[in-house]
Design a protein around this ligand. Structure first.
Ligand SMILES: [Zn+2]
Length: 286
C-alpha cells in the first residue's frame, strides 16, 4: 500500500469557513487568559496585554504523557512522548546545489533549542526533547520540482532518500531502545529568496506528516533562514503535530482559532507568546 501523506501544515490546508464558538465559561477559563490593563492616565499608555500562564492541574499524573487521542494523523495512540528525540537534516535537491544557506546548521540548532524550551514550559517539564542535527548536507538525487509537488509521491521520495542516506532505521532503533520517541525533521532547500518575492507567498510553508512511513515533517528552508521569526512558530507547530496535537478546529469538541494558539493559523510574533491549549495537554495526560 502506498504510504499515506497528510498535509498538516500551515498553508497547505484550507481552514473551515465557520468555526464553532466556545459556549461555556468552563471551557473558556481553561484557555490561556489575556490580561488587559487600563491606562492609568492619558499620558501613560496601557501596558501591552500579557498572557497569564495557566497553572498545571494539581492532580498528580497517573498516565505517562502520550500523543493526543483520536488518531487524527495516524500516530499510534499509546505512543509515549515524554522523551522525544528529533533528528534534523538539511536536504538539497540536485538542482539547488550551491544555493545552500551558509548558516543552516546554526539556525537549525537555534530552532530546535527554541522548540525544546517551549515544550518544556508548555508541559511543565514533562516533555523532554533531545535532538541531533545531521552534520552534513543530504543531497537529493532529483530536482526540486520532483519533491516540491503537493503530490504524495514527491514527498515520499524525499523521505525515502533521506531515511536511506542517514540510516534512519538504525537511529530509530537506538532512540527507541533508550525509551525515546524518534521523529524526523527535514528542512529542504527551495531557493526561497525567489519564492518569497511575492507578498502572497510570505507565509507559504508546508508541513507534511508521513505517518504510515515515519513520524516526520518537512519545511522549506526559508523557515531557518534566520530572517524569519515566523520559522520558529511554524517549526514548533509542525513538531506539535507529531505529538498528535490538532488544529483548534480539529479538537473534540472543536474550538475557535485564536492568535495565542500555536496550533491555529493566526499565531505570529514570538513563539514564547503562544500557547498550546490546556485541554489538549490534559487529554495527553499532562
Ligand atoms: Zn498544522
Amino acid at each position: 500500500m502506498a504510504p499515506l501523506f497528510l498535509s498538516v501544515g500551515r498553508g497547505a490546508e484550507s481552514k473551515p469557513d465557520r468555526l464553532p464558538v466556545i459556549e461555556t465559561i468552563a471551557e473558556a477559563v481553561r484557555l490561556p487568559q489575556i490580561e488587559t490593563v487600563q491606562a492609568s492616565s492619558p499620558e501613560q499608555p496601557a501596558p501591552k496585554p500579557r498572557i497569564i500562564v495557566q497553572p498545571k492541574p494539581a492532580v498528580k499524573p497517573t498516565v505517562p504523557l502520550h500523543v493526543y487521542p483520536g488518531n487524527l494523523y495516524g500516530i499510534e495512540e499509546s505512543t509515549v512522548v515524554e522523551q522525544t528525540h528529533i533528528t534534523a537534516v538539511y536536504f538539497v535537491p540536485a538542482d539547488q546545489v550551491g544555493g545552500q544557506l551558509p548558516d543552516w546548521q546554526e539556525n537549525m540548532s537555534t530552532t530546535l533549542e527554541a522548540i525544546k524550551t517551549y515544550m518544556a514550559r508548555e508541559f511543565s517539564g514533562r516533555l523532554t526533547i533531545s535532538y541531533t542535527t545531521h552534520p552534513t548536507v543530504i543531497f537529493g538525487d532529483h530536482e526540486l520540482g520532483t519533491y516540491d509537488s503537493l503530490e504524495s509521491a514527491g514527498k515520499f521520495s524525499m523521505y525515502q532518500e533521506v531515511t536511506e542516506k542517514i540510516s534512519w532505521s538504525t537511529i530509530q532503533g537506538d532512540q527507541r531502545s533508550q525509551g525515546r520517541y524518534p521523529v524526523l525533521l527535514v528542512y529542504y532547500q527551495t531557493g526561497f529568496e525567489d519564492r518569497y518575492q511575492s507578498p502572497d507567498a510570505r507565509f507559504s510553508t508546508f508541513g507534511w506528516l508521513a505517518t504510515s512511513f515515519i513520524p516526520a515533517f518537512q519545511l522549506e528552508d526559508g523557515m531557518i533562514s534566520g530572517e524569519r521569526q515566523q520559522g520558529l512558530i511554524v517549526s514548533a507547530h509542525e513538531f506539535a503535530h507529531l505529538l498528535g496535537i490538532p488544529h483548534p478546529w480539529e479538537m473534540d469538541p472543536p474550538v475557535e482559532d485564536q492568535p495565542w494558539n500555536l496550533m491555529g493559523y493566526q499565531a505570529h510574533g514570538l513563539l514564547m507568546d503562544t500557547r498550546i491549549d490546556a485541554r489538549v495537554k490534559e487529554a495527553m495526560g499532562w
